[in-house]
Ligand binder design. Structure first.
Ligand SMILES: [Zn+2]
Ligand SMILES: [Zn+2]
Length: 133
């Protein structure tokens, strides 16, 4: 076990056995709603490194686009994970206990950030998506 996390009420818990990758924050209007804040704070899990250790059956899913869903606690509402075709794709950094071991790599959709959002740190900021390379 490398990382643990869970929701605010404690009914749902998880463990992650490999380092998180691709930590990012998206400041678009949808992510602000989903995360109830300045934007998302999210990182991907490596394949087969994520397991629910408590309350996985209590996860409520909301489909955000075909094949993709947001997973949250049906009791306390904490956003916990993104799901792709039913498998956990990544976790919300705020649901990880302590230091998730990664830093935000990039800020997305800064062009539509909230007027009260003042982004700190050195990570690159992109108006929308990062340029393709
Ligand atoms: Zn909860
Ligand atoms: Zn977004």
């Amino acid at each position: 076990m490398l990382l643990t996390g869970g929701c605010f009420c404690g009914q749902i818990r998880y463990e992650i056995t490999e380092p998180l990758v691709g930590a990012r924050s998206c400041h678009c209007s949808k992510c602000r709603k989903v995360f109830s804040g300045a934007g998302s704070a999210y990182a991907e899990v490596q394949p087969d490194s994520f397991v629910w250790t408590r309350g996985g059956e209590k996860l409520t899913e909301y489909s955000t686009m075909p094949g993709w869903a947001l997973g949250f606690c049906g009791t306390c509402g904490t956003s916990l994970c993104g799901l792709h075709n039913g498998s956990v794709h990544g976790v919300t950094l705020g649901s990880v206990d302590g230091d998730p071991g990664v830093q935000i790599d990039m800020h997305l959709f800064v062009g539509s950030k909230a007027p009260w959002d003042h982004i700190g740190g050195d990570a690159p900021q992109y108006s929308e998506y990062p340029p393709a390379d």
